[in-house]
Ligand binder design. Structure first.
Ligand code: ATP
Ligand code: MG
Length: 339
């Protein structure tokens, strides 16, 4: 362990997700800022200790595309995990504040995530399992890195027990119960890329007429109300009883509202989202093709991260690290002005 709990002072809140809260901390021994994630683990102390042991594998993970790990420890009912602080933030926060991300930058996101996935899998045989914009982080050097991957089997088990699955980045085969493979991560990457390039979650509400701010569409996860989950859909009117649902997800077209269960069925049964431009916006054919490869509903036909790194979209990207840095600093600036 490079980090002791008593060396850390909390500086600010960075956010909270399902079963976790993240703070920016000052490490007085090492004189630097770090990020501390407290994960609620509703399990016996022995299980928490086992998780801490398993998380130490992350000590060996060193890649420019992976958020560095500094240490972890049990903290009462939590497991504390200390990692590199990424000062600009996560891509979901970024696009919600600045709007859709330029396609060339999204290409660099795709490349970074793929290199991170290849590293985790080829070197450590780790499948990420939770690729989504909130787990892709940016710093002011313009570096793009992934975090929150599934290193600890015990942690995966105990978190699965503590929240209802609302993972809407989940691939059709996973929804149908197949085990995780690296191809499931590729699907999640495809959904994430569409979200970043279009500035809205692909399964979110269609834009309201007269609503210019359709970039603000709230993703399903935030709309999902666990109190109101009975699948009721205009396609299956016989499913009863019809419950009052405050929140739901509408799919493009008919303004149909549906629950998380309907959404999962939709992912399994309907054609996958595509990278389609709206209005006068169009996307490069090589990018559209790339996303179609990620979102092939048949996992056997879906391309692997290695194959995708060889695709035309990725190999023809011309964005330099200096340009990424300029972009990242511009984003940081506009986020600051937003506050
Ligand atoms: P979920 O719990 O569903 O995975 P999430 O990824 O948003 O959602 P957390 O992993 O708890 O939830 O993270 C909360 C927020 O903290 C993230 O959205 C991100 O903005 C921020 N964050 C996480 N790790 C870091 C980090 N290393 N540096 C800077 N910000 C971070
Ligand atoms: Mg996260």
């Amino acid at each position: 362990n490079l980090v002791k709990e008593e060396d850390l002072t909390v500086l600010a809140d960075l956010g909270a997700g399902n079963g976790g809260t993240v703070t920016k901390v000052w490490n007085k021994k090492r004189n630097c800022v770090m990020a501390k994630k407290l994960i609620l683990v509703d399990a016996k102390p022995t299980v928490r200790k086992q998780i801490v042991r398993e998380l130490h594998i992350m000590n060996d993970c060193a890649s420019p595309y992976i958020v560095s790990y500094y240490g972890c420890f049990p903290v009462d009912v939590h497991v504390g995990l200390v990692m590199e602080f990424m000062d600009v933030g996560s891509l979901d926060y970024i696009y919600r504040h600045t709007g859709a991300i330029a396609l060339e930058i999204v290409g660099k996101v795709a490349e970074s995530v793929l290199r991170g996935l290849v590293y985790l899998y080829d070197v450590h045989r780790i499948i990420h399992r939770d690729i989504k914009p909130s787990n892709i982080l940016l710093n002011s050097k313009g570096e793009i890195k992934i975090c929150d991957f599934g290193v600890s089997g015990e942690l995966i088990n105990s978190i699965a027990n503590t929240f209802v699955g609302t993972s809407t980045y989940m691939s059709p085969e996973r929804i149908k119960g197949a085990p995780y493979t690296i191809k499931s991560d590729v699907w999640s990457l495809g959904i994430s890329l569409v979200e970043l390039a279009q500035g809205r979650f692909p399964f979110a509400d269609p834009p309201q007429s007269g609503d210019e701010e359709d970039d603000q569409a709230t993703p399903v996860e935030e709309r999902f109300d666990p109190e109101a989950t009975l699948p009721v859909s205009s396609r299956r009117p016989n499913l009863s009883p019809r419950r009052h649902r405050k929140r739901g997800v509408s799919l493009g077209g008919g303004g149909m509202t549906m629950s998380i269960l309907d959404l999962l069925q939709h992912i399994v049964n309907e054609p996958a989202p595509r990278l389609i431009g709206r209005g006068n916006q169009t996307f490069a054919e090589s990018a559209v093709q790339f996303v179609d490869w990620c979102l092939d509903k048949d996992p056997a036909a879906r391309k692997s991260p290695q194959e995708l790194l060889q695709s035309e979209w990725i190999t023809s990207l011309t964005v330099t690290q200096a340009a990424l840095q300029t972009w990242a600093q511009g984003v940081a600036e506009s986020l600051k002005n937003d506050k």
